[in-house]
Design a protein around this ligand. Structure first.
Ligand code: ZN
Length: 425
């Protein structure tokens, strides 16, 4: 078979739809502008291998929309000094909203992911779907109100939700930890409320997109981003594109079996990574240890109310030198490392990024994850990827949701429309 089907598809595109190729050219120019601080038209032509006339036409289009601007004359290399161009990250703004199991975070960012307005609110997911939606709207309204001076430059709104999503229909299909939450047409609901184009993505994938565009994944084509909090999910970027899998089901790293005889997972299986290394598993292990009377700072942090122990408190005790807490974080790190080693063997990513509440346990966790991956990944032929924390911290999924808007703006075919519906050569 070979890839003849692929080739004929591309030939067909070339013959029938030069508009898409123009969009690809615009993307190539934008990529250079985003990566290089200040650049001349001739430099862009050299880097992109486009003709000077094409570059000139695309730059005018980008300048008309404000995405590019001239910054003055650069160094002469013999002839007339060139006019330098730079990317203008304040040409448009992006809104992102993250629905978590215990909180909502909304942000407005510029085109470099710099947060200009944010709101964080605790959430009780047991109050029902209507109440959750009205809290989401409320937090979003407050965030937009704080960004009033840029509000008319917001290009769209992205939503990050846990669980399964249907990106094409804008539906949050199922969220395992939110009772009664199924088949919610959430993008449509936000479009009706806010009149922006809206998109929805799974939280781990939103995080991966945000890290790829603005954070620890910038400059890498193959990224494994692992979100470790109440559950464990992964966002996978392959050759610069988000990998969603059949019906958006990819990335369920938390339900990879680590120990076939291990503890029962909420999904019904035994020994899933999530049941051994996510926040509730760390808290449960701590509660078991503290109730056997082990001497630990964890007990003091909850005033003896051991049912109030959380993974965050275990992290806090670990960072203060508590040996039991450190042992629990190291144990979670070892299981996480086993899961990540399996994923690294499968994907061979350029970088592994870990975010989510549990990742804030810091070096104690990361050192164990790195040591375990080093020990268990098959590294005879390739170097191990760096394993780094998320650059966005607690806002990783909300900034990622905002990045989703940029991803959609830049998608081939959307770009001409976004920057004014005009065509470049
Ligand atoms: Zn499971």
């Amino acid at each position: 078979m070979g890839n003849s089907g692929h080739n004929s598809y591309f030939n067909g595109v070339k013959a029938s739809d030069t508009r898409i190729l123009k969009s690809i050219n615009i993307l190539a120019v934008l990529k250079v502008l985003r990566e290089v601080e200040s650049v001349s038209r001739a430099d862009i032509a050299r880097i992109t291998e486009l003709t000077p006339a094409t570059v000139s036409s695309i730059v005018s289009l980008l300048m008309k929309s404000g995405i590019a601007r001239e910054t003055g004359y650069g160094e002469s290399t013999g002839g007339r000094p060139p006019l330098m161009i730079e990317f203008n990250p304040q040409a448009f703004y992006l809104a992102g909203v993250d629905l978590g199991v215990s909180k909502i975070i909304a942000v407005v960012t510029d085109l470099e992911g710099n947060v200009v307005s944010d709101t964080r609110q605790e959430l009780d997911v047991h109050l029902g779907v209507e109440s959750i939606l009205s809290s989401l709207f409320d937090v979003t309204h407050r965030t937009l109100a704080k960004a009033a001076d840029v509000r008319d430059k917001i290009a769209g709104l992205g939503l990050s939700v846990p669980g399964l999503i249907d990106a094409g229909r804008g539906v949050s299909v199922f969220a395992p930890n939110i009772p009664g939450w199924s088949d919610i047409p959430i993008a449509g609901a936000f479009e009706d409320e806010f009149a922006y184009p809206c998109w929805v993505e799974n939280d781990a994938r939103a995080m991966a997109i945000g890290e790829a565009m603005f954070g620890a994944g910038r400059g890498y084509d193959n990224i494994l981003c692992v979100n470790v909090g109440r559950g464990i999910g992964a966002g996978v970027i392959i050759n610069g594109e988000v990998y969603r899998g059949k019906q958006g089901g990819a990335g369920e790293l938390g339900h990879m079996t680590i120990d076939p005889n291990g503890p029962v997972c909420p999904c019904g299986n035994q020994g899933c990574l999530e049941a051994m290394a996510a926040g509730p598993a760390i808290a449960a292990a701590a509660i078991r240890a503290v109730s056997t009377g082990s001497s630990t700072l964890i007990r003091d942090l909850v005033d003896g109310k051991i049912e109030a122990i959380t993974a965050e408190l275990v992290s806090e005790a670990a960072s203060k030198g508590d040996l039991l807490a450190q042992r629990l974080i190291i144990e979670a790190g070892r299981y996480l490392g086993i899961g990540i080693a399996n994923a690294v063997n499968m994907l061979s990513p350029d970088v592994v990024i870990i975010g989510g509440g549990v990742s804030r346990a810091g070096d104690i966790l990361f050192n164990e994850v790195r040591a375990t991956v080093e020990e268990r990944a098959f590294t005879a032929m390739v170097n191990l990827p760096p394993i780094v924390p998320s650059a966005q911290g607690e806002e990783a999924s909300s900034v990622g949701a905002a990045a989703l808007v940029l991803e959609e703006m830049l998608a081939v075919g959307n770009i001409s429309h976004t920057i004014g519906g005009q065509e470049a050569q």
